[in-house]
Each structure stands twice: as C-alpha cells, then as structure tokens.
Design a protein around this ligand. Structure first.
Ligand code: COA
Length: 381
C-alpha cells in the first residue's frame, strides 16, 4: 500500500504522535492527570512551581529539592538590559504573544548553546525558560503601557512575581493564589496543537528557545489558547444573561463557533473549567462582583442545553478569562499567561522527545497534477 492509498485523517485526530508519560486525559470521564496525579488534587495541595518539577522530573520533589528548584528559578528570572530594551522598542499595537515569541528568541540568543542530548544542559535551559517567561510578558506589558520595567522580586514565586512585575506592587494573597492555581491548571495537556508543534521543532534538535517560540505561535490561534481572550469579548458583546438566548440562536443558525466551548478530546465539562469556576466564585466573593459572570453562567446553561448532546461543554478557556479580568489583567495578555504556564509542559515534552528522538516527517496524499507544461510568461492567458 502506498501513501496515496492511505486514508487521510484530518487534523491527525486520534493518531498517536508520541509515547508520553507526562499527562493523561480521559475525555469521556473529564479526567486530567499530570504524571498520574489528578489535576483537582494538585490544584488543592500543590502549586505551580512544584507542578513544574513534577512535569519535568516525573515525581513530586522533596522539600530540599523544591527549595533548590525555587532558588534556581529565582536566579534566572531577571532579563538582561538588552532584552528589556528590545522588548521596550517593539510595536505597541502588536499582539503580546508576538512579543513573547520575540522574547524567547532573544533569550535564546543570550543563552549558552546547548547539547540537546545532555540531560543536565537541558534541565538548565528548562529553568531559564520557565523562570524568564513571566518576566518577558510583564516587561512587554509595562513598556506597552508606557511604564518602567519592574525587576523580579527574589522573595516571590512565579505567580506573585508576575503580578508584582505587571502592576508594580506586591499582589494580595488571594490574587497570587488564584493565578498560581490557574498556571498549574494550564501547565500541560497531552498532545494538543502547541505541544505537537513543540515536539516537531524539538525533533529537528533545534534549541528549546525555538521550541517555545514555535509552540507559542500555535497557542496564539483562536481554536487553541487564543480562545480565552475571545471568550471575554464574546461575553461583552452578549452584554447580559437575558440576551443569551437570542444571541445563541443567531450564532447557531449561522453555524458560528461559541468560544470557550467544545474540545477535541473532552466530551464532557473540562475538569480545569470546573476548578476555574470555583476560583471565579472565590474571586467574586472576595474582590466584588464580576458583571460578565452572570452572562457566562447563563451562556453555559444555554449552550449545554442546546449542544451538550453533541459533546459540547465549557473548556478551560471559558472561565480563565473571567478570572484574569477580575485580576485586572488586560484581555490580550490572557493567552501569554497561558503560555507562561504551558512552557513547563512544552519543555517536559521537549525533554521526553530528546530521550527517544525521531525527526517528524509525516507523509502527504498528493492531490496536484503531473506533467504541467511551462508556458512562457508573455504567452500566458
Ligand atoms: N460552538 C459551536 N459548535 C461547535 C463548537 C463550538 N464551540 N465546537 C464544536 N462545534 C460543533 C461543530 O460546529 C461541528 O458541528 P457539525 O458536526 O454539525 O458540523 C461539531 O461540533 C464538531 O466540531 P469540530 O470543530 O469539527 O470539532 P473539533 O473536535 O475539531 O473541535 C475545537 C474542537 C476546540 C476546535 C472546537 O470545539 C472549537 O472551535 N471551539 C471553540 C474555540 C475554543 O474554545 N477553543 C479552545 C479549545 S481548549
């Protein structure tokens, strides 16, 4: 059988692209595990930095290991003056995900060349990227807002540091905790589009900075991580809970997509969405009401009633935007926050790929023509 006789699987849906022990999804039961740990347990008992360790090394760290890991992260959070300067000169009207891609490239240009087959060198690069990603995003946010760069605080962890560098002041405990859980929930998610992109680039033995830049490009799309900012825009367009039925009828009649709903794997409510919904409630109780929240609840009920039978339920992006809005984060920075978290997953996959690498080189089913005649340019009709 030649490639031409094979059946195309659009989007490679359901086709295994790698063996992986990093995360696991049961789409029917709504289960997500990192290294065998249920996401709900980690969200309850762990934190983002411990989860990064878990993803990278495969098991939970001892206290001494975690302390050492945190110290190393803290040492790698700062950016060079050149990087801060270049980020400050980027166009202010561009998307922050593009700035993050540029930031990864800058970081790579300033970091030592590594042997991607050397485990210790890989680990060092993972730490550099996980530590610096939030600083890159915050640096661009500050410069875009015409504000001075805020250096990382060695006393703060990833989530608190990000809010500190973004807003120029130490965050309250609840905001830092909520963002920490959000990062944890977004850290990995099996062979999604950006992780696949990461593994494809990794398979060429490119450096991890290129891996993260490429994966960020995939994450930016509205069918992937870019959905979170569109969810908020959608809720604002709907305007109120009462307006949901008419809006939904119109969108479904036009065969439009409802942002924040549906998933290639989950055919029930995304477990991350469940936890995020709890966080939204906590934030609402402690920091005041969220106008879009009532609209979101009404939209969830209406969409599930109408499309739940087709397996369309809220996904992770549905509630994350509502949380970030409440934390005062600008809408177009929602996807970069997703990226800050997912860097840990991409890099865990990069390391796994390098342990047993084979260059990705899928086939195609050719649908073009042969023996085309070259007509001189002046004779073309
Ligand atoms: N709103 C309305 N209909 C949806 C839908 C949504 N969000 N998601 C899927 N559907 C419908 C499709 O219209 C299609 O209907 P049809 O069979 O009548 O043509 C059917 O469900 C299958 O959709 P398809 O896009 O082929 O499924 P998929 O597995 O490729 O979709 C997504 C996965 C994520 C791309 C899709 O659900 C989507 O576009 N969601 C909105 C964007 C989003 O929230 N992305 C974040 C994902 S975490």
């Amino acid at each position: 059988m030649t490639v031409q006789d094979k059946e195309l699987v659009p989007g490679l849906a359901g086709i295994p692209a790698a063996e992986s022990s990093i995360s696991y999804i049961d789409g029917q039961a709504g289960i997500l595990e990192y290294r065998g740990h249920r996401i709900e347990t980690l969200a309850e008992k762990s934190n983002f930095e411990e989860t990064c360790w878990l993803l990278l090394y495969g098991s939970l760290p001892t206290r001494a290991e975690l302390d050492g890991f945190r110290k190393q992260l803290s040492g790698y959070r700062a950016l060079s003056p050149v990087t801060v300067d270049v980020l400050g000169r980027l166009p202010k009207h561009g998307h922050p995900m593009a700035a993050l891609q540029a930031g990864f490239a800058l970081l790579g240009m300033e970091s030592p060349d590594i042997d991607v087959h050397d485990r210790a060198q890989r680990e060092d690069a993972c730490l550099r990227l996980i530590a610096a990603a939030p600083t890159l995003v915050a640096a661009y946010a500050r410069s875009r807002a015409g504000k001075a760069f805020v250096a990382p605080d060695p006393q703060l962890d990833t989530a608190a540091n990000f809010l500190h560098m973004l807003n120029g002041e130490k965050p309250d405990e609840l905001s830092a905790h909520v963002l920490d859980v959000c990062l944890l929930l977004h850290a990995d998610h099996t062979m999604n589009a950006s992780t696949f992109a990461a593994r494809v680039v990794a398979s060429t033995e490119a450096d991890p900075y290129s891996v993260c830049a490429a994966a960020s490009g995939a994450l930016k799309g509205p069918l992937h991580g870019g959905a979170n900012e569109r969810v908020l825009q959608q809720l604002e367009v709907i305007g109120s809970a009462g307006a949901v039925p008419a809006w939904l009828d119109k969108v479904t009649a036009e065969k439009g997509k409802i942002m924040g709903f549906g998933h290639r794997v989950y055919k029930t409510k995304d477990p991350r969405a469940k936890k995020l919904q709890v966080l939204v409630r906590e934030v609402r109780e402690k920091l005041g009401s969220t106008p879009v929240y009532d609209t979101a609840l009404a939209l969830e009920d209406a969409v599930v009633a109408k499309l739940g039978g087709k397996g369309i339920h809220p996904n992770v992006d549905f509630f994350s935007g509502i949380v970030y809005e409440k934390l005062g984060i600008p809408t177009d920075f929602f996807t970069p926050i997703f990226a800050i978290a997912r860097v840990s997953g991409w890099l865990a996959h990069w390391c796994e790929q390098m342990e047993d690498n084979k260059l990705f080189r899928p086939a195609q089913i050719f649908t073009g023509s042969h023996d085309a005649v070259y007509v001189e340019i002046d004779k073309r009709g």
